[in-house]
Design a protein around this ligand. Structure first.
Ligand code: SAM
Length: 236
């Protein structure tokens, strides 16, 4: 009887795992289609490497229990404290635009659930991620560890000021909307580095900006359309 119960438990876990894998794959298919329709340009196409990374991250483990049924829908979801886990397409696009390399060290501002950090961690050497809300920072750290992301280091703090101790960074990903590009983040970007950041007002759509710091320190800015993020808070 005990053996039968164990077998049933194993089968039910296997079925559940398969369910999520299928849901994740169908989200990936949707992202490919969405990328084509939303921004039909070469430089916003989602690469196989980014899509593979998106397919490896178990988003259902990064949302509150009530949101698990929606974890693989291409939309932001509430994670408590008035914050959201970002829309998968936007996570994929921002990841793509920083052109991640296996030996890159990346700073993320706005850990939230840890989802964007996990996607980056699939592609780069190390991710440093800062979160300003204590409860979210406290949840994300063990979550990322339990999911095996040993190459992510998190801290509680105001990401406006970056993380000087580990700078300069090959890339910086800001996942909250700023009224302007924080000067400390520009300083902490390597020559040749890329920063992706939504810039604009709090209660409107913002513009997704890609900044490139040239080898001689000049900043080149490109725009990647309208997005809607929660605001970058803090006392800066
Ligand atoms: N990257 C997150 C994810 O994948 O779940 C999504 C983040 S949510 C859209 C934005 C996050 O930025 C929130 O968790 C918010 O608390 C955080 N945040 C806002 N202002 C911040 C600041 N100054 N420094 C660090 N984190 C900040």
């Amino acid at each position: 009887m005990k053996i039968l119960a164990c077998l049933l438990l194993i089968v039910s876990f296997a079925v559940q795992a398969d369910d999520y894998a299928a849901a994740r794959q169908s989200m990936i298919d949707e992202l490919q289609l969405y990328a084509k329709l939303a921004r039909d340009t070469d430089d916003a196409r989602l690469s196989d490497a980014v899509l593979r990374a998106m397919n490896r991250v178990e988003r259902h483990r990064m949302v509150p229990a009530s949101q698990i049924p929606f974890a693989y829908e291409n939309r932001p979801l509430p994670i408590g404290h008035g914050q959201t886990i970002s829309q998968p397409y936007i996570v994929a696009l921002m990841t793509e635009l920083i052109d991640p390399d296996a030996d890159d060290v990346v700073l993320e501002v706005g850990t939230g659930s840890g989802y964007q950090a996990a996607v980056l961690a699939e592609l780069v050497e190390h991710v440093y991620s800062i979160e300003i809300i204590e409860a979210l920072a406290t949840q994300a750290k063990p979550r990322l560890q339990s999911m095996g992301y040993d190459n992510v280091t998190t801290k509680l703090g105001d990401g406006y000021f970056g993380w000087e101790e580990h700078a300069p960074f090959d890339a910086i990903v800001v996942t909250a909307a700023a009224s302007h590009v924080p000067p400390p983040l520009i300083e902490q970007l390597k020559p040749g580095g890329l920063m992706i950041i939504p810039v604009g007002g709090r209660f409107m759509t913002q513009t997704l900006l890609l900044l490139e710091k040239t080898d001689d320190g000049e900043i080149i800015t490109r725009q990647y359309g309208a997005v809607r993020f929660v605001p970058l808070t803090g006392k800066h």
